[in-house]
Design a protein around this ligand. Sequence first.
Ligand code: FBP
Length: 261
Amino acid sequence: MKPTMAPFLRKGKGILLAYDQGLEHGPSKDFNEKSVDPEYILEIAAKGKFTGLIFQKGVAEKYYDGKTPLVIKVNGKTSLPKGEPIASQICSVKQAKALGAKAVGYTIYLGSAHENLMLQEFGRIQQEAHETGLAAIAWIYPRGEAVPNDTAPEIIAYAARAGLEAGADAVKIKYTGDSETFKWAVKSAGAAKVFMSGGPKAPTDDAFLKQVKGVIDAGGTGLAVGRNVWQHDRPLEMAAALREIIFNGQTVETALKKFSR
Ligand code: FBP
């Protein structure tokens, strides 16, 4: 049977906790004394009732505790090189499966001068994943000189559609800025589930929760989020607020009541 995103869903929705920023951005940019420790993230994932956890293979090998369904990111890059972005495969599908993953994640920088290589590699990985019983999630980030605005509604819808056509079971895309235009991206993704990528920590809880509500109102499946949770001084309260909107269909006002201050 074809693998699906079912292991990562509750009531058809999902919240994935992303923690591959150590490779993507470097520890000094994103982490503090607490969040540099993968054990802290595992605790947030379990106590915050996340439906999935995203690690690179090295962190998974040394820390994964089996409590939250695992996605292994199988490609990646650092922030050090200049020029057109490309992320290469650094973990096999077989190894991801052996580490306990139920899905693999792969970033495609759509519009990059190297997009052909990433589309080709994702095609092979998606096939291997499905043959191995794993779902394939595509982070589709339009980026590079050809992409002046990486959150323009038409470019986000293009990203969503490219994911569907490339065979992704789910796409992780950025928010367009409003629910109405995000709806078109969700529609364009067809049967591929749509997860919004969290992005840098928002200035206020209210601002972030409004984006999440916009995604859910647009028919999105949920969120794949890192910094807005584990950089928060009350990550479990943020997780509870997210659950209110994503699984219980609550308003931002109701979700904000989950914060104790
Ligand atoms: P965040 O919620 O912290 O943005 O995490 C989502 C994510 O896609 C991570 O998986 C990845 O490390 C990071 O964003 C990539 O960020 P960038 O946009 O800088 O490439």
